[in-house]
Design a protein around this ligand. Structure first.
Ligand code: GLC
Ligand code: CA
Length: 556
């Protein structure tokens, strides 16, 4: 397999709003990030991805961009950015920008012009359709509840927005739009950035014809993503982008590809380098969803998770490249979701989940606070929440459809809502977890007095120092990056077991996803007994049985 620096990297995701506030306005900012770069360097991180920092009215916290070439006022200035980039590079790390080009903000000058008339330079920059029989052009519903179409009085037409109405979709079939995007990307590359994480990039190529989609019983709209994802020209556009921009620089690129299938991923992340380096797939994030999508407290059934991840590991092996993640700014905290966030097991289970992920084949992503085992928040009222998705779904499922009571819904939001990931980073035991001297834009999780960076950096047995060790091992052991993946005991409901092999070397990874003491399965007993050493474990001494949330990596 061909070696690449981005295969060997560990990427750390920063959600700037919640990372570190340097000026006491309660909102994280670029100077705040600069203050914490040594913390990341110490963790061993090689690449930092920052969620959007461009000018934005913040309808979707920066994922609605009104100027691609300027910085959001709350976050700082372009000078701050240049300083950040220089400081990152000075420490031998790299910086990845979030590229949000499926849509812009409705306040972007392109859209302000576009909605003015049907025949100006920008008219065709977005997707405008005439009403059909006085109604919306199709029955499509957006990602965050409601219709995906918005009527505009002035043009007497509807525009498409797969997210909130303030996020109109760009028209990628318009060559001028594509040129503008590539131009803007080159502008950032010339500044010296090191890559792009591409927001919902699987949605950019729309179908040739706009038709109604299927409607599930009890629902009003047909989910647009199922219709628009992996559209007819998406690979053509990404190859063009690759020729025009990506191939001219030494970048790391990862596409956030909602609704991606394994076959599609083989094209996006193809190893000949014609499109992207890797994609974020979502199948493993859906294993605890049900008829209401993620808005359920359905428990994880471990074989479901293993089947998905094993399919992706084997499916892309040798032909493309995987990304590995449990957490990001759109997902709840994994230690609460699939681990155990009780006092007794939080540390063990956070380390177990980290081991399970970081030993797989692919580039691992760490989301801020994951390295501390930060947990979900306990929201009791929707007024404590900020996220537009949570607010909309609350209205949908509690007030309109009456599927859940207030209490049930708040419990589910506390399990699955995006704000769980967005509570401020827990730096120390001072007020507001050291995140801000002002009033934080989103409530701090009260458990910061026991879960915080200051304590964990000092404590050699902490989750932080365990992540540090995992990251270090990856730099030392080629097999962790390039070894072949083989799953074992796929039906086992409690244990996640797999091997990695490279030349004459082999690793056996055993993870106990339960709080029970379990026996080593017969199929791997011999390998365990004859092991040639332990690479890493979240328990100090070896034992005959698998202890609660044990994760051990054997050299076999
Ligand atoms: C991606 C982002 C998410 C955002 C959405 C619309 O899924 O990760 O935070 O809301 O795209 O831009
Ligand atoms: Ca600030």
């Amino acid at each position: 397999m061909e070696k690449s620096w981005w295969k060997e990297a560990v990427v750390y995701q920063i959600y700037p709003r919640s990372f570190m506030d340097s000026n006491g306005d309660g909102i994280g900012d670029l100077q705040g990030i600069i203050q914490k770069l040594d913390y990341l360097k110490n963790l061993g991180i090689s690449v930092i991805w920052v969620s959007p920092i461009y000018k934005s009215p913040n309808k979707d916290n920066g994922y609605d961009i009104s100027d691609y070439r300027d910085i959001m006022e709350e976050f700082g200035t372009l000078e701050d950015f240049d300083e950040l980039l220089a400081e990152v590079h000075k420490r031998g790390m790299k910086l990845v920008m979030d590229l949000v080009v499926n849509h812009t903000s409705d306040q972007h000058p392109w859209f302000l012009e576009s909605r003015k008339s049907k025949d100006n330079k920008y008219s065709d920059y977005y997707i405008w359709k005439d009403p059909v029989d006085g109604n919306e052009p199709t029955n499509w519903g957006g990602y965050f509840s409601g219709s995906a179409w918005q009527y505009d009085e002035n043009r007497g037409q509807y525009y498409l927005h797969q997210f909130v109405p303030e996020q109109p979709d760009l028209n990628w079939d318009n060559e001028t739009v594509r040129k503008e995007v590539y131009d803007m990307m080159r502008w950032w590359c010339e500044k010296g950035i090191d890559g792009f994480r591409m927001d919902v990039i699987s949605l950019i190529s729309k179908p040739e014809e706009y038709r109604d989609g299927p409607i599930h019983p009890g629902e009003k709209y047909s989910f647009c993503g199922a219709i628009t994802a992996n559209g007819p020209r998406v690979h053509e556009y990404l190859q063009e982008m690759n020729r025009e921009v990506l191939s001219r620089y030494d970048l790391i690129t990862v596409g956030e590809t909602t609704c991606v299938t394994l076959d599609e991923a083989k094209k996006y992340a193809r190893s000949d380098g014609k499109e992207l380096n890797m994609v974020f797939q979502f199948e493993h994030m859906d294993v605890d969803s049900d008829e209401y999508g993620k808005w359920t407290d359905k428990k994880l059934y471990l074989p479901d998770l293993k089947k998905v991840l094993n399919r992706w590991e084997k499916g892309l092996e040798g032909v493309a490249w995987n990304s590995l993640y449990w957490d990001n700014h759109d997902q709840p905290r994994v230690v609460s979701r699939w681990g155990n966030d009780s006092d007794q097991y939080r540390e063990l289970s956070a380390k177990m989940l980290a081991t399970c992920l970081h030993m797989m084949e692919g580039t691992p992503y760490v989301y801020q606070g994951e390295e501390l085992g930060m947990t979900n928040m306990h929201f009791t009222d929707i007024s404590q929440c900020d996220d537009i998705e949570e607010k909309n779904i609350y209205v949908d499922l509690v007030q309109d459809a009456k599927v859940y009571t207030h209490e049930q819904m708040m419990d589910i939001i506390s399990k699955k809502g995006r704000d769980n990931a967005r509570t401020p980073m827990q730096w120390d035991t001072t007020e507001n977890a050291g995140f801000t001297t002002g009033t934080p834009w989103l409530g701090v999780n009260p458990n910061y007095t026991t879960i915080n960076a200051a304590d964990q950096v000092e404590d050699e047995n902490s989750i932080y120092n365990y992540y540090k060790k995992l990251i270090q091992l990856r730099k030392e052991e080629d097999i962790i990056v390039y070894g072949n993946y083989e799953s074992l005991e796929e039906e086992d409901e409690n244990l996640y077991i797999y091997t990695r092999s490279l030349q004459n070397k082999k690793l056996l990874v055993i993870c106990n996803f339960t709080d029970k003491d379990l026996k080593v399965p017969d199929s791997v007993r011999e390998m365990v007994e004859k092991n040639r050493g332990i690479l890493i474990s979240n328990y100090k001494e070896g034992a005959e049985r698998l202890r609660p949330y044990e994760a051990t990596v054997y050299l076999v």
